[in-house]
Design a protein around this ligand. Sequence first.
Ligand SMILES: [Zn+2]
Length: 385
Amino acid sequence: MIITADRIHDGEKWLPLQTAIEIADDGTITNIYHNGHPEAEYITGVLTPGFVNVHCHMELSHMKGVIPEHTGLIPFLQGVMFRRNDFTEEQKINARHEAYETMWQNGIVAVGDIANGTDTLDLRSKEKMHVHTFVECIGFSDTTAPQRFEYSRGVYDQFAAQHSTHVKLKQSIVPHAPYSVSKALFKLIDRHEPSEIISIHNQETPAEDQFYIDKTGAVNDLLDSLKIDASFFEPSGKSSLKTYIEWLNPHRPVVFIHNTCTGIEDLHKVQAHQYNSYWCLCPNANLYIENRLPDVPMLMAEGADICIGTDSLSSNHQLSVLAEIATLKKHFPQIEWETLLQWATSNGAMVLNMQDEIGSIAIGKKPSIVQILDLDSTPLAKRVV
Ligand SMILES: [Zn+2]
Protein backbone atom coordinates (compact mmCIF):
# COMPACT_ATOMS: atom_id res chain seq x y z
CA MET A 1 0.00 0.00 0.00
CA ILE A 2 0.97 3.63 -0.48
CA ILE A 3 0.00 6.15 2.22
CA THR A 4 0.37 9.83 2.93
CA ALA A 5 -0.81 12.09 5.78
CA ASP A 6 -0.95 15.67 7.02
CA ARG A 7 2.53 15.23 8.47
CA ILE A 8 4.99 12.31 8.48
CA HIS A 9 7.80 11.99 11.04
CA ASP A 10 10.51 9.55 9.95
CA GLY A 11 11.88 8.90 13.45
CA GLU A 12 14.30 11.83 13.34
CA LYS A 13 12.51 14.71 11.63
CA TRP A 14 9.41 15.83 9.77
CA LEU A 15 9.42 14.81 6.11
CA PRO A 16 8.41 17.32 3.42
CA LEU A 17 4.67 17.79 2.97
CA GLN A 18 3.22 15.49 0.26
CA THR A 19 5.66 12.65 1.08
CA ALA A 20 4.13 9.21 0.45
CA ILE A 21 5.38 5.87 1.77
CA GLU A 22 5.04 2.51 0.02
CA ILE A 23 4.78 -0.49 2.31
CA ALA A 24 4.90 -4.17 1.28
CA ASP A 25 2.45 -6.74 2.68
CA ASP A 26 5.00 -7.89 5.25
CA GLY A 27 5.41 -4.31 6.57
CA THR A 28 8.73 -3.53 4.88
CA ILE A 29 9.05 0.00 3.53
CA THR A 30 9.85 -0.34 -0.16
CA ASN A 31 9.72 3.26 -1.39
CA ILE A 32 9.49 6.86 -0.19
CA TYR A 33 8.08 9.40 -2.67
CA HIS A 34 9.13 12.88 -1.56
CA ASN A 35 6.94 14.59 -4.19
CA GLY A 36 3.87 12.51 -3.44
CA HIS A 37 2.21 9.67 -5.37
CA PRO A 38 -1.11 9.76 -7.28
CA GLU A 39 -2.31 6.46 -5.76
CA ALA A 40 -1.44 7.34 -2.16
CA GLU A 41 -4.20 6.79 0.38
CA TYR A 42 -4.59 9.87 2.60
CA ILE A 43 -4.57 9.35 6.37
CA THR A 44 -5.66 12.09 8.77
CA GLY A 45 -3.13 13.42 11.26
CA VAL A 46 0.47 12.35 11.80
CA LEU A 47 2.30 9.17 10.81
CA THR A 48 5.34 7.96 12.74
CA PRO A 49 7.33 4.74 13.08
CA GLY A 50 6.14 2.39 15.84
CA PHE A 51 7.08 3.51 19.35
CA VAL A 52 9.80 1.97 21.50
CA ASN A 53 9.05 1.58 25.21
CA VAL A 54 12.53 1.30 26.73
CA HIS A 55 11.38 0.65 30.30
CA CYS A 56 8.44 -1.46 31.41
CA HIS A 57 7.68 -4.19 33.96
CA MET A 58 5.08 -6.37 32.25
CA GLU A 59 5.34 -8.86 35.14
CA LEU A 60 3.76 -6.25 37.46
CA SER A 61 0.68 -5.59 35.31
CA HIS A 62 -1.66 -7.11 37.91
CA MET A 63 -0.67 -4.30 40.35
CA LYS A 64 -2.63 -1.63 38.48
CA GLY A 65 -4.17 0.84 40.96
CA VAL A 66 -2.99 -1.14 44.02
CA ILE A 67 -0.51 1.46 45.33
CA PRO A 68 -1.87 5.01 45.78
CA GLU A 69 -0.26 8.00 44.06
CA HIS A 70 2.31 10.38 45.60
CA THR A 71 3.54 8.09 48.39
CA GLY A 72 7.19 8.69 47.52
CA LEU A 73 9.44 5.91 46.23
CA ILE A 74 10.28 4.04 49.44
CA PRO A 75 6.65 3.44 50.59
CA PHE A 76 5.81 2.65 46.95
CA LEU A 77 8.50 -0.05 46.76
CA GLN A 78 7.42 -1.50 50.08
CA GLY A 79 3.85 -1.66 48.76
CA VAL A 80 4.93 -3.48 45.60
CA MET A 81 7.15 -5.96 47.44
CA PHE A 82 4.65 -6.83 50.14
CA ARG A 83 1.59 -7.02 47.89
CA ARG A 84 2.83 -8.36 44.53
CA ASN A 85 1.98 -11.95 45.50
CA ASP A 86 -1.54 -11.22 46.83
CA PHE A 87 -2.92 -12.36 43.47
CA THR A 88 -3.78 -15.64 41.83
CA GLU A 89 -1.69 -16.98 38.97
CA GLU A 90 -4.70 -16.50 36.68
CA GLN A 91 -5.04 -12.83 37.65
CA LYS A 92 -1.35 -12.26 36.92
CA ILE A 93 -1.46 -14.05 33.56
CA ASN A 94 -4.60 -12.23 32.40
CA ALA A 95 -3.26 -8.84 33.46
CA ARG A 96 0.09 -9.17 31.71
CA HIS A 97 -1.44 -10.50 28.48
CA GLU A 98 -3.88 -7.60 28.47
CA ALA A 99 -1.01 -5.16 29.08
CA TYR A 100 0.94 -6.65 26.18
CA GLU A 101 -2.01 -6.35 23.78
CA THR A 102 -2.75 -2.79 24.92
CA MET A 103 0.84 -1.72 24.30
CA TRP A 104 0.59 -3.20 20.81
CA GLN A 105 -2.65 -1.30 20.18
CA ASN A 106 -1.00 1.88 21.51
CA GLY A 107 1.54 1.66 18.69
CA ILE A 108 4.45 0.18 20.66
CA VAL A 109 6.61 -2.08 18.52
CA ALA A 110 9.43 -2.91 20.94
CA VAL A 111 9.75 -3.03 24.70
CA GLY A 112 12.61 -3.09 27.19
CA ASP A 113 11.07 -5.20 29.91
CA ILE A 114 12.27 -5.79 33.47
CA ALA A 115 11.98 -9.38 34.68
CA ASN A 116 12.67 -10.76 38.14
CA GLY A 117 11.59 -14.25 37.13
CA THR A 118 10.40 -16.13 34.08
CA ASP A 119 6.72 -15.02 34.15
CA THR A 120 7.07 -13.09 30.89
CA LEU A 121 8.49 -15.91 28.74
CA ASP A 122 4.92 -16.48 27.52
CA LEU A 123 4.60 -12.85 26.38
CA ARG A 124 7.78 -13.02 24.32
CA SER A 125 6.46 -16.10 22.56
CA LYS A 126 3.50 -14.06 21.22
CA GLU A 127 6.01 -12.64 18.72
CA LYS A 128 4.26 -9.36 17.94
CA MET A 129 6.60 -6.95 19.73
CA HIS A 130 10.39 -7.09 19.83
CA VAL A 131 11.53 -7.56 23.43
CA HIS A 132 14.75 -6.90 25.28
CA THR A 133 14.30 -8.52 28.68
CA PHE A 134 16.31 -6.85 31.42
CA VAL A 135 16.76 -9.63 33.98
CA GLU A 136 16.82 -7.70 37.22
CA CYS A 137 19.29 -8.65 39.92
CA ILE A 138 18.76 -7.46 43.50
CA GLY A 139 20.95 -8.00 46.56
CA PHE A 140 22.32 -5.46 48.93
CA SER A 141 24.47 -7.75 51.07
CA ASP A 142 27.97 -8.29 49.73
CA THR A 143 28.10 -11.80 51.17
CA THR A 144 25.11 -13.06 49.17
CA ALA A 145 26.19 -11.50 45.86
CA PRO A 146 27.30 -14.79 44.22
CA GLN A 147 23.99 -16.54 45.05
CA ARG A 148 21.89 -13.60 43.85
CA PHE A 149 23.85 -13.44 40.63
CA GLU A 150 23.49 -17.20 40.03
CA TYR A 151 19.73 -16.93 40.46
CA SER A 152 19.57 -14.17 37.84
CA ARG A 153 21.84 -16.10 35.50
CA GLY A 154 19.43 -19.04 35.69
CA VAL A 155 16.57 -16.72 34.70
CA TYR A 156 18.69 -15.16 31.95
CA ASP A 157 19.52 -18.60 30.50
CA GLN A 158 15.82 -19.42 30.14
CA PHE A 159 15.19 -16.18 28.23
CA ALA A 160 18.33 -16.70 26.13
CA ALA A 161 17.10 -20.17 25.11
CA GLN A 162 14.01 -18.62 23.50
CA HIS A 163 14.25 -17.85 19.78
CA SER A 164 11.98 -16.26 17.21
CA THR A 165 12.12 -15.86 13.46
CA HIS A 166 9.53 -13.03 13.55
CA VAL A 167 10.82 -10.64 16.21
CA LYS A 168 14.03 -9.77 18.02
CA LEU A 169 14.37 -11.34 21.46
CA LYS A 170 17.29 -10.11 23.54
CA GLN A 171 18.23 -10.16 27.21
CA SER A 172 20.82 -8.95 29.70
CA ILE A 173 21.33 -9.14 33.47
CA VAL A 174 20.96 -5.72 35.09
CA PRO A 175 21.19 -4.12 38.54
CA HIS A 176 17.85 -2.99 40.02
CA ALA A 177 18.98 0.26 41.68
CA PRO A 178 21.94 1.73 43.58
CA TYR A 179 20.28 1.18 46.97
CA SER A 180 19.42 -2.47 46.28
CA VAL A 181 22.62 -3.79 44.69
CA SER A 182 25.94 -4.08 46.51
CA LYS A 183 29.28 -3.14 44.95
CA ALA A 184 30.21 -6.84 44.75
CA LEU A 185 26.98 -7.62 42.88
CA PHE A 186 27.45 -4.64 40.55
CA LYS A 187 30.80 -6.09 39.55
CA LEU A 188 29.43 -9.59 38.91
CA ILE A 189 26.66 -8.14 36.72
CA ASP A 190 29.10 -5.91 34.85
CA ARG A 191 31.31 -8.87 33.89
CA HIS A 192 28.42 -10.83 32.35
CA GLU A 193 28.04 -10.41 28.55
CA PRO A 194 29.74 -6.98 28.56
CA SER A 195 28.55 -5.88 25.12
CA GLU A 196 24.86 -6.08 26.10
CA ILE A 197 23.17 -2.94 27.39
CA ILE A 198 22.24 -2.74 31.06
CA SER A 199 19.54 -0.59 32.62
CA ILE A 200 19.37 0.76 36.15
CA HIS A 201 16.71 2.67 38.08
CA ASN A 202 18.70 5.84 38.76
CA GLN A 203 18.14 8.71 41.22
CA GLU A 204 14.38 8.22 41.31
CA THR A 205 14.17 9.74 44.79
CA PRO A 206 16.29 12.20 46.83
CA ALA A 207 16.64 9.45 49.45
CA GLU A 208 18.99 7.53 47.14
CA ASP A 209 21.66 10.25 47.01
CA GLN A 210 21.14 10.96 50.70
CA PHE A 211 21.98 7.34 51.52
CA TYR A 212 25.16 7.43 49.42
CA ILE A 213 26.25 10.84 50.75
CA ASP A 214 25.91 10.22 54.51
CA LYS A 215 23.85 7.02 54.96
CA THR A 216 20.82 8.82 56.38
CA GLY A 217 17.23 8.97 55.15
CA ALA A 218 14.43 6.73 53.98
CA VAL A 219 16.56 4.06 52.27
CA ASN A 220 17.36 2.90 55.81
CA ASP A 221 13.62 2.32 56.38
CA LEU A 222 13.47 0.22 53.23
CA LEU A 223 16.46 -1.90 54.26
CA ASP A 224 15.06 -2.27 57.81
CA SER A 225 11.68 -3.42 56.51
CA LEU A 226 13.47 -6.04 54.41
CA LYS A 227 15.61 -7.02 57.44
CA ILE A 228 18.79 -6.26 55.50
CA ASP A 229 21.86 -5.54 57.61
CA ALA A 230 23.52 -2.53 55.92
CA SER A 231 26.26 -2.13 58.54
CA PHE A 232 28.96 -2.95 55.95
CA PHE A 233 27.87 -0.07 53.67
CA GLU A 234 30.11 2.98 53.83
CA PRO A 235 28.74 6.20 52.35
CA SER A 236 30.94 7.71 49.66
CA GLY A 237 30.07 11.34 50.35
CA LYS A 238 29.00 11.61 46.70
CA SER A 239 25.76 11.06 44.80
CA SER A 240 24.80 7.47 44.02
CA LEU A 241 25.51 7.88 40.31
CA LYS A 242 28.94 9.44 40.83
CA THR A 243 29.76 6.47 43.06
CA TYR A 244 28.52 3.41 41.20
CA ILE A 245 29.50 4.60 37.72
CA GLU A 246 33.10 3.89 38.73
CA TRP A 247 32.17 0.24 39.35
CA LEU A 248 31.15 -0.21 35.70
CA ASN A 249 33.25 -0.95 32.64
CA PRO A 250 33.37 2.28 30.55
CA HIS A 251 32.56 0.26 27.40
CA ARG A 252 29.33 -1.10 28.86
CA PRO A 253 26.30 0.63 27.29
CA VAL A 254 24.00 1.85 30.08
CA VAL A 255 20.49 3.24 30.05
CA PHE A 256 19.67 5.22 33.18
CA ILE A 257 15.98 5.05 34.10
CA HIS A 258 13.98 7.94 35.68
CA ASN A 259 16.82 10.39 36.61
CA THR A 260 14.37 12.49 38.58
CA CYS A 261 17.12 13.87 40.83
CA THR A 262 20.04 13.76 38.37
CA GLY A 263 22.07 16.98 38.31
CA ILE A 264 24.44 18.42 35.75
CA GLU A 265 27.52 17.16 37.63
CA ASP A 266 26.13 13.63 37.62
CA LEU A 267 25.59 13.84 33.88
CA HIS A 268 29.08 15.19 33.24
CA LYS A 269 30.57 12.39 35.34
CA VAL A 270 28.79 9.78 33.23
CA GLN A 271 29.70 11.49 29.95
CA ALA A 272 33.35 11.49 31.01
CA HIS A 273 33.30 7.84 32.12
CA GLN A 274 30.97 5.92 29.81
CA TYR A 275 31.25 5.62 26.01
CA ASN A 276 27.53 5.00 25.52
CA SER A 277 24.97 6.33 27.98
CA TYR A 278 21.25 6.85 27.48
CA TRP A 279 18.68 8.60 29.64
CA CYS A 280 15.21 7.09 29.81
CA LEU A 281 12.36 9.32 30.98
CA CYS A 282 9.17 7.86 32.48
CA PRO A 283 7.39 11.10 33.43
CA ASN A 284 3.96 9.67 34.24
CA ALA A 285 5.51 7.23 36.74
CA ASN A 286 7.56 10.06 38.28
CA LEU A 287 4.38 12.09 38.76
CA TYR A 288 2.55 9.03 40.11
CA ILE A 289 5.19 8.11 42.69
CA GLU A 290 7.14 11.23 43.66
CA ASN A 291 5.08 13.96 41.95
CA ARG A 292 8.14 15.58 40.39
CA LEU A 293 9.91 15.48 37.03
CA PRO A 294 13.55 15.29 35.91
CA ASP A 295 15.45 18.38 34.73
CA VAL A 296 14.71 17.65 31.08
CA PRO A 297 15.95 21.03 29.74
CA MET A 298 19.32 20.40 31.44
CA LEU A 299 19.60 16.90 29.95
CA MET A 300 18.84 18.31 26.50
CA ALA A 301 21.24 21.25 26.81
CA GLU A 302 24.04 18.87 27.82
CA GLY A 303 23.49 16.60 24.82
CA ALA A 304 22.09 13.58 26.66
CA ASP A 305 20.61 10.86 24.44
CA ILE A 306 17.03 10.64 25.70
CA CYS A 307 14.50 7.83 25.26
CA ILE A 308 11.10 7.03 26.74
CA GLY A 309 9.66 4.37 29.06
CA THR A 310 6.27 3.77 30.63
CA ASP A 311 7.39 1.93 33.77
CA SER A 312 4.75 -0.52 35.04
CA LEU A 313 1.00 -0.45 35.61
CA SER A 314 1.80 -0.36 39.34
CA SER A 315 3.04 3.22 38.85
CA ASN A 316 1.14 4.37 35.78
CA HIS A 317 -2.45 4.58 34.58
CA GLN A 318 -1.57 3.26 31.11
CA LEU A 319 1.30 1.83 29.07
CA SER A 320 1.56 4.34 26.24
CA VAL A 321 4.74 5.97 24.96
CA LEU A 322 2.57 8.66 23.34
CA ALA A 323 1.00 9.48 26.73
CA GLU A 324 4.54 9.89 28.16
CA ILE A 325 5.67 12.39 25.53
CA ALA A 326 2.32 14.22 25.78
CA THR A 327 3.07 14.69 29.50
CA LEU A 328 6.53 16.03 28.66
CA LYS A 329 4.97 18.43 26.14
CA LYS A 330 2.50 19.64 28.78
CA HIS A 331 5.19 20.35 31.38
CA PHE A 332 7.92 21.49 28.95
CA PRO A 333 5.98 23.14 26.09
CA GLN A 334 9.21 24.50 24.60
CA ILE A 335 10.27 20.99 23.52
CA GLU A 336 9.22 20.45 19.90
CA TRP A 337 7.11 17.46 18.89
CA GLU A 338 9.81 16.72 16.32
CA THR A 339 12.24 16.06 19.20
CA LEU A 340 9.75 14.20 21.41
CA LEU A 341 8.83 11.84 18.57
CA GLN A 342 12.51 11.14 17.96
CA TRP A 343 12.94 10.13 21.61
CA ALA A 344 9.87 7.88 21.30
CA THR A 345 11.02 6.07 18.15
CA SER A 346 14.56 6.09 16.73
CA ASN A 347 16.32 6.88 20.02
CA GLY A 348 14.59 3.97 21.74
CA ALA A 349 15.46 1.66 18.84
CA MET A 350 19.11 2.67 19.15
CA VAL A 351 19.13 2.00 22.89
CA LEU A 352 17.74 -1.51 22.41
CA ASN A 353 20.11 -2.00 19.43
CA MET A 354 17.20 -2.71 17.09
CA GLN A 355 17.73 0.28 14.78
CA ASP A 356 18.45 -1.93 11.76
CA GLU A 357 14.75 -2.87 11.65
CA ILE A 358 12.64 -0.39 13.66
CA GLY A 359 12.50 3.20 14.89
CA SER A 360 12.64 4.98 11.53
CA ILE A 361 10.80 5.21 8.25
CA ALA A 362 13.47 4.20 5.76
CA ILE A 363 13.58 1.88 2.77
CA GLY A 364 14.21 -1.73 3.83
CA LYS A 365 13.11 -1.24 7.45
CA LYS A 366 10.01 -2.69 9.10
CA PRO A 367 9.19 -0.12 11.78
CA SER A 368 5.38 -0.47 11.93
CA ILE A 369 3.48 2.73 11.18
CA VAL A 370 1.40 4.58 13.75
CA GLN A 371 -1.23 7.23 13.14
CA ILE A 372 -1.50 10.03 15.73
CA LEU A 373 -4.72 11.99 15.89
CA ASP A 374 -5.06 15.34 17.68
CA LEU A 375 -1.34 15.71 18.39
CA ASP A 376 -1.79 19.23 19.71
CA SER A 377 -4.73 18.57 22.01
CA THR A 378 -5.36 15.04 23.32
CA PRO A 379 -3.11 12.81 21.22
CA LEU A 380 -4.34 9.34 20.38
CA ALA A 381 -2.26 6.62 18.69
CA LYS A 382 -3.65 4.05 16.29
CA ARG A 383 -1.67 1.30 14.64
CA VAL A 384 -1.75 1.48 10.82
CA VAL A 385 0.75 -1.29 9.98
ZN1 LIG B 1 10.93 0.59 36.75
